[in-house]
Each structure stands twice: as C-alpha cells, then as structure tokens.
Ligand binder design. Structure first.
Ligand code: NAD
Length: 478
C-alpha cells in the first residue's frame, strides 16, 4: 500500500491552482508531528473565480437530466471504490486513524454517494387539482442553487463525499472547503468526479483560511445554501452570516451523547459495543458516546468491565495492524483533553484508566475512563471530542432521562435495556435527532443524520439529505 501524501491545490473551474505567491500552511501527521505537505491558500481572486464558475456551472447542471446526474455520481462512487487503496493510507496519514477505520470510512463514503446518486432519479413534485377551468397546478422541486459547504477533519472523506453527492444529485453546484488540516481526500473525491465526466465548475474545492473563505462565500449573493459540519460556535457564526442574505443552512454541529444503561440490560454486550464506539476516531466523533448513566444495580460491574476493556486498547500508529486507536488529530484536542480531565479530577472525579498523553511527539493520548465526576464539571457540559468516557450512576429512569436531556445538545443518544416498554419510553423521551436502542449503528445513508437543539438543524443522508438542496415552486396554469 502506497503511503505517500498527494500534492495539494485549489480546484477551480477544472483548473488545479497552487503556488503563485499564495500564502501556505503545513499539513501535519498527527502520529509524529512531521510535515506531510504544504497547502496553498485560496486568495480573494480565487474565491471570486470559484463563485463565478459555480454560478455558470449551476445554469448548465440544473438542466442536466436526472439520469445523467445520477450516472455521473454513481460513476464517481465506482471510481472511488476502485481507488480505495489510494484513499485509505491518506486518511491514516492525515487523521491518524487505523487502516481498518479508514477503510470503513471509505466504504461508507461510497455507500452515501451511491445512495445520493440513486436518489437523483427520485426527486418528485406533485400536481394538485386546479381551481381554474382547464387549469393545471404543479408543485415542482428545484435545485436551490450554488452551495457553499464546509467539512471538518475527523471524518474528512465521508463528510465531504456525502455533501457533494447529495447537492449534485439535487442539481446544485457546490464550492466546498475541506478542513485546512485534512484537505487531501476531498481533492481525491473531486478528481473522481472529474474523471466520471462532471462538467468543470459544478464542483470547486477551495483550501485555506476558514474564516476568510466562509465569510467571502457566504456573503456572496451567488451562494444560495450553506452546509456546515463542525464546531457549534462556528456554526452559530456562519448561520448568522447566512441570515444576512436569508440563505438557508444545514448545520451538523457538536453533541455530548448520553448513554443510559438500565439494570435489565445485557452488561457484557453493552460494554462490548460501547468501548469500540467510544474510542472510534480517538473519540472525535460527534455521535460518539460520552456520558454513560448506569443504573445502580449494574453500575459497579459496568465500571469494572468498561475500565478493563478500555485499558486493553492498543494506541499507536494507524499503519500498525495491531493498533485499535490512533492519535488525536491535532494539538487542540490534546490540550482540550488535558484541560477537561484536569478540571474533572480537581472537582472530585476519579480516573480508572488512562488520563495522560503518550510520549511527546505527535498527539497520542491514553483511552481514559472517569467516574464520580459532578455534573457541574466542565467535561459534563463541554463536548470532549476525545477518548474519554464519563461513567455515572442513576436510580430511576426518569432521573436518567432528565440528566441525559440536561444539555443544550441533541445529536445522538443511546440506551441499553431488555425491556420493550423502557425502550419505547427512552426512544420517545430522549431529546436528540438520533436514538440508538441497544446499538450504536447509524451508518445508514438511507436514514437521516442530524441533530436538534444546539446540535444543529437539517439532515444529511436519507431523502431529507437531498431535500436540503431543493426548493419548492408552485406553478399555476390558468
Ligand atoms: P475549532 O474550533 O478549532 O474549529 C476548527 C474547525 O472549524 C475546522 O474544521 C475549521 O475549518 C472550521 N472553522 C473554524 N473557523 C471557521 C470559520 N470561520 N468558517 C468556517 N469554518 C471554520 O474546533 P476543533 O477542535 O477543530 O473541533 C472540535 C469541535 O468540532 C467539536 O466540538 C465537535 O463538535 C465539532 N465537530 C462536529 C462534527 C459534526 O459532525 N457535528 C464533526 C467534526 C467536528
């Protein structure tokens, strides 16, 4: 497997642009802190060119028959599948994730693209009975227009691929900015689209300073939709900016997922599912389980089994097949872990395993379990987005639901129980866009993925994910 990095460039109107005095920044390998490559930043002129190209291409792409759009998206997905061996090591280099996790992300990326490609053929309007003699009343679904999209670093192929495929399926053009820390797989996805026959300008990729790019794109009247995945404070800023032009937004923001483990649950299974899901992506998953509320009768057993399983996780290079968890993706997460765990311990929390950085090169951190942390500690309120599980006890289901719903977030929540009536009660009462009962599995492109409360609004995936890029027109014929 080739594990060398790729050249980075702006991809605007089918042209690869780099150099020419553009400002640059380095892409770091989170495993050892070494420099993987250098990225040239988009200039104001680049962004203007991307906007104009996106507007021109939209006029062409919106008229392309749905079957043609579908065919190009499906062909791009097929090319990515063929090239998976090239994508996987790039993900491991940039994000540090183990090869098996990178492979899983690529499989999901392809599946999401296939789903969106198929859905392009299933965008339906309707007719209603006209009130006018010999009239016709048509309700049509049309692409919203050029989209500005912003994706984060934790799942950089999936979160760019599924935005692109859904927007293109709907007939929109898109300018996408991947994370400035993980730009490579987005460029490789764009290349697959070009090779599949996507006309120049339908997809432009811009790299560089996030604030400068988002402000320029979202302020432009050319942009008719914003799709953002990333931190909640940034999402709020971008939504406010979009509101200036009354531009609709889809926001996939943070979470602080609660897990309620009832005393009738199968504890072995709950631990066996919880530990790998907790430490997946080194904990940097917005749907990753974080606050575990465990009922009194099974609390001690759960803590003991969870701690033992977390302590066995092998942390290291994503390229080592023995590695279960790679490094944190950047220095910010390392500092956040140290700050949040330090505060939890200062407030009476106890570490049952982990708690420290590993070595001093790169961003490796021990899988960590905390118990007895008061609800007022920072880590019970701020999303840790790292490899730390917080285990607390509860007595009644009502108490657990109240604790789970206490935060302003509502992306994912989970519960383990053998009782159907408790399962129903929990599924109905947990305030989140997604609820997993006896499972953490949400990797289904056919089902919507999105949050409520301050975790965002709108969904990706499912028919809702295509709907996000459509507007409705009522055409009344007299
Ligand atoms: P951070 O505050 O350092 O933000 C960095 C991220 O936000 C980068 O992707 C960057 O490109 C983007 N960004 C920053 N300023 C921007 C701007 N003005 N315009 C556009 N984009 C901008 O946070 P971090 O440490 O990188 O990430 C941690 C947080 O990100 C977590 O709290 C997590 O909730 C959130 N996140 C959420 C999801 C999700 O799917 N909901 C995915 C990844 C990250």
């Amino acid at each position: 497997m080739n594990s060398s990095y790729i050249p980075l460039y702006q991809w605007i109107d089918g042209e690869k642009l780099s150099g020419d005095g553009r400002a640059t920044s380095d892409i770091l390998n989170p495993f050892d802190g070494s420099v993987l490559g250098t990225m040239a930043h988009a200039t104001a002129a680049d962004l203007q060119a991307a906007l104009e190209s996106s507007q021109r291409a939209f006029q062409q792409w919106r008229k392309a028959p749905a079957w043609e759009r579908s065919e190009i998206i499906l062909k791009a997905a097929a090319l990515i599948k063929e090239r998976i061996e090239q994508f996987v090591p790039i993900l491991t280099l940039e994000v540090g994730k183990p090869l098996a996790e990178a492979q899983m992300e690529m499989n999901l990326t392809v599946q999401s693209m296939v789903w969106a490609g198929e859905e392009a053929k299933r965008i339906y309007g309707r007719t209603v009975e006209s009130r006018l003699p010999n009239g016709r009343a048509i309700i049509a679904r049309e692409p919203v227009g050029p989209v500005a999209a912003f994706a984060p670093w934790n799942v950089p192929a999936l979160l760019t691929g599924r935005k692109i495929a859904a927007a293109l399926a709907a007939g929109c053009s898109m300018i996408i900015k991947p994370s400035e820390e993980t730009p490579a797989t987005c460029l490789m996805i764009a290349e697959a689209f070009a090779d599949a026959g996507l006309p120049a300008g339908v997809l432009n990729v811009v790299l560089g300073d996030p604030a400068m790019i988002s402000t320029t794109l979202i302020s432009s009247p050319i942009i008719r939709k914003v799709s953002f995945t990333g931190p909640e404070p940034i999402g709020k800023q971008l939504a406010a900016l979009a509101a200036q032009n009354v531009t609709p937004v889809t926001m996939e923001l943070g979470g602080h997922a609660p897990v309620i483990v009832c005393d009738d649950a199968d504890i072995e299974t709950a631990v066996a599912l919880s530990v790998p899901n907790k430490y997946f992506a080194a904990g940097a998953s917005c749907i990753g389980p974080t606050r575990f509320y465990v009922q009194d009768a099974v609390y001690d057993a759960f803590v003991e089994k969870f701690t033992a399983a977390a302590g066995k996780i092998k942390v290291g290079s994503g390229f080592d097949p023995e590695t279960n968890m790679g490094p944190l993706a950047n220095a910010r997460r390392l500092h956040a872990m140290e700050r949040l765990i330090g505060d939890a311990v200062a407030n009476g929390g106890e570490i049952t395993t982990g708690g420290k950085r590993i070595g001093d090169a790169g961003f490796l951190f021990e899988p960590t379990v905390l118990v007895d942390v008061p609800e007022t500690a920072k880590i019970m309120n701020d999303e840790p987005f790292g490899p730390v599980a917080i285990l607390s006890r509860f007595s009644t289901i009502e108490e657990a639901i109240e604790k789970a719903n206490r935060l302003p977030y509502g992306l994912a929540s989970y519960a383990f129980t053998a009782s159907l009536s408790r399962a129903n009660q929990l599924a109905d009462s947990l305030e989140s866009g997604m609820v997993g009962i006896n499972t953490y599995y949400f990797g289904m492109p056919e089902a919507p993925f999105g949050g409520v409360k301050q975790s965002g609004y709108g969904s990706e995936n499912g028919t809702e994910g295509i709907d996000a890029f459509l507007v409705t027109k009522f055409a009344n014929f007299g």
